[in-house]
Design a protein around this ligand. Structure first.
Ligand code: ATP
Length: 636
């Protein structure tokens, strides 16, 4: 080192601010040599080159060169290298695909069953390949001889196109490896690889028939042919594994068999969760006519593809379970609402919660238990068992084995529906064992005699729904549960382990559940929403239908009794009720529309009930006393 040069380390140590560990750039050294050491020139040629004061132009030129290298040359080189690589890989891919086609690799699984067809097809393809190869070779030779420049240009264009296609394919295929599954626009190859990953066979034995298509821009769909010997049913059983391989939620995937080919399935995979979002209104409130329980299915909601989910009621029984607020009441209204609109069907309802959810059904129910009263519940079950025994006697008398629509019409007995809400309040009582045993008997023997039992509970556990009862309830409907065990208590043991667990349902998925009803697998679905107003409107229509058909509950058939019963329903637990409230609520419970205070008083007078000024809600109002109405009801 001469005296006009300076050691870069010395500058770092002596002149840079304390704590600075990085070595200064040459330009900064040059600045420091001028400003701090007062040097005129620099000993180090690199420092001289970098000095803006001594050497501004070369510096700029160097920077320009550097920028050009970084911004253009390097990317161009990288791009070219990558695309050259893609061109090679694409050519190899095309050659392998061509070879597979020539050798008819996809037909090798049929070699055992139809060897002549495979051999014939291979020979045909070899001929086509030989002709095509010959023509291409002749064109290439001609071009090289006549216009070599054009030949090179054509080669570059073809390789460029191959590189572009290969690049795109790789981008799509690598979507599967970054945690986002195979994406919303997967290639056939990505679908095959995912199906193979779900342990349904080897990628090369799986085929995607036709293109992977988009469905209304909210899902992709593909028809997949499984390897020989693997059935659509096996694929449905692997649905959770498939959903995992596609990188989606179980609720986003539908696996449907293809008619006419047990080895093919249609895969439908939604981009987003189809079980959340805006609620789906039930078609029931809009329904004009009566429901026919013998010939119609009860539509309770839609599956993830938006297709209606429905089940028939004759010879069935229902278990609905889920945590509080999961949507059980709404689900049950879908069933009860439909049944109510068939005026022939006697409805027996027991409300273990003692709430207002089922109050609207009271005027049309043949039997209605509004409180969690285990003794009354047991009595209802005993009555239903007696009725069942009577039905069997009558069926035997005409030589019929079970109640069908025709037999029902012939004997004048009807399908009866017995709905018990919040079974746990009855099952956990002292009479719980007898109640559960009675229900078990009614479900198992009552099926053929036309008794349909439906139980709902917000505590799906072994003590509320013993396995022996659960196993004979044929329709099982698991709404959101807190644990996989609770879900299994409803659906049956083992389903959670296979990926079908209602504990996975999110609280944003209102009314979502797993329904095991028609097929052998639970179906992820969402119930139709039936709000409180809909229930009121439905039951009022049901009332009118039953009134016309003369099938209202016997005690309700007399207008006076009907009125007193409706007034007691409006009053609930209250001791007094204002006339204004009665006039507002009574039309919802029976044919009392358009009544005024005078008409109400006129109807009640013969029954011994008179209005009076009452102190209600902190003021003097015209109204009725509960004790008067109850006395009149007892007299009636
Ligand atoms: N299918 C649905 N679509 C949209 N919202 C729904 C649906 N089902 C239920 N809900 C919403 O969830 C709320 C609770 O539903 P519901 O009363 O049926 O629950 P539940 O399981 O019966 O509760 P609990 O056990 O406390 O009686 C409803 O008030 C409604 O707002």
């Amino acid at each position: 080192m001469t005296d006009t040069t300076i050691d870069r380390h010395a500058i770092t140590e002596n002149l840079m601010p304390p704590g600075t560990n990085t070595r200064p750039r040459y330009g900064r050294i040059a600045e420091l040599e001028h400003s701090e050491l007062g040097l005129e020139t620099h000993g180090d040629p690199l420092v001289r080159l970098a000095c803006r004061t001594c050497n501004p132009l070369p510096k700029r030129a160097a920077r320009l060169a550097q920028m050009t290298a970084r911004g253009v040359v390097v990317p161009a080189f990288r791009y070219g290298r990558v695309h050259a690589g893609y061109a090679v890989l694409g050519t190899v891919r095309a050659a392998r695909a061509g070879w597979r086609w020539v050798t008819a690799a996809e037909l090798s699984q049929h070699l055992g069953a139809r060897p002549e067809m495979v051999v014939r097809e291979r020979a045909r393809r070899r001929r086509v390949a030989a002709w095509a190869g010959g023509i291409v070779a002749a064109v290439v030779v001609l071009l090289v001889v006549v216009a070599p420049g054009l030949a090179v240009l054509l080669l570059v264009v073809i390789l460029g196109a191959v590189a572009a296609v290969e690049g795109r394919l790789r981008r799509v295929e690598t979507e599967g490896s970054d945690g986002r599954g195979i994406g919303t626009h997967p290639s056939g190859r990505a679908v095959r690889a995912a199906v193979a990953a779900a342990k349904l066979g080897k990628t090369e034995d799986i085929r995607v028939i036709g293109p992977v298509a988009r469905d209304a821009d909210r899902a992709w769909t593909a028809v997949v042919e499984l390897p020989a010997g693997v059935t659509a049913e096996q694929a449905r059983k692997r649905q959770p594994a498939l959903a995992s391989a596609f990188g989606v939620d179980l609720a986003q995937l539908a696996v449907d068999p293809v008619r006419g080919h047990t080895g093919r399935v249609t895969l439908w995979c939604a981009d987003a969760d189809p079980l959340s979002g805006a609620s789906i209104p039930s078609p029931l409130p809009e329904r004009a006519g009566a429901f026919d329980v013998w010939h119609e299915k009860v539509a309770v909601g839609v599956d993830v593809r938006g297709r209606p989910v429905a089940f028939a009621l004759p010879e069935r029984s229902i278990l609905t379970g889920g945590e509080p607020g999961a949507g059980k009441s709404v689900g049950c209204h879908n069933v009860l609402g439909a049944v109510a609109l068939d005026p022939r069907v006697p409805l027996w309802i027991a409300d273990g919660k003692g709430g207002a959810d089922l109050m609207d059904y009271e005027p049309i129910a043949a039997r209605f238990l509004p409180d969690p009263d285990p003794a009354a519940m047991l009595e209802m079950i005993r009555d239903a068992q007696d009725d069942m025994a009577d039905r069997y006697r009558r069926l035997r008398a005409i030589g019929a084995k079970k109640l069908t629509g025709d037999v029902a019409a012939q004997l004048g007995i009807e399908l009866s529906v017995f709905h018990i809400d919040e079974l746990q309040f009855f099952a956990a009582s002292d009479l719980g064992k007898e109640i559960v045993n009675g229900l078990w008997d009614l479900v198992s023997r009552g099926r053929a005699a036309g008794w349909v039992v439906s139980v709902a509970t917000q505590r799906p556990s072994g003590d509320v729904i013993p396995t022996k009862l659960r196993d004979i309830l044929s329709i099982r409907w698991a709404l959101r549960c807190t644990t996989p065990e609770a879900s299994d208590t409803i659906l049956g043991r083992g389903w959670a382990g296979q990926g079908y667990s209602a504990h996975r349902i999110d609280s944003t998925q209102r009314g979502a559940g797993l329904l095991l009803a028609e097929g052998s697998m639970p179906v992820a679905m969402r119930t139709y929403l039936i709000g409180d107003r809909d229930v009121t409107a439905l039951t009022r229509r049901a009332y009118r239908l039953r009134e016309q058909a003369g099938t209202l509950p016997k005690s309700d058939a007399r207008p006076g009794v009907r009125l007193l019963k409706a007034i007691l329903t409006v009053m609930g637990q209250a001791e007094k009720v204002p006339t204004t409230l009665l006039l507002e609520k009574l039309p919802m419970l029976g044919p009392f529309e358009g009544w005024d205070a005078t008409r109400l008083a006129d109807e009640l007078r013969p029954l011994g009930v008179r209005p009076a000024d009452q102190w209600i809600d902190g003021r003097n109002q015209r109204g009725y006393r509960r004790a008067d109405v109850e006395r009149a009801f007892e007299r009636a």
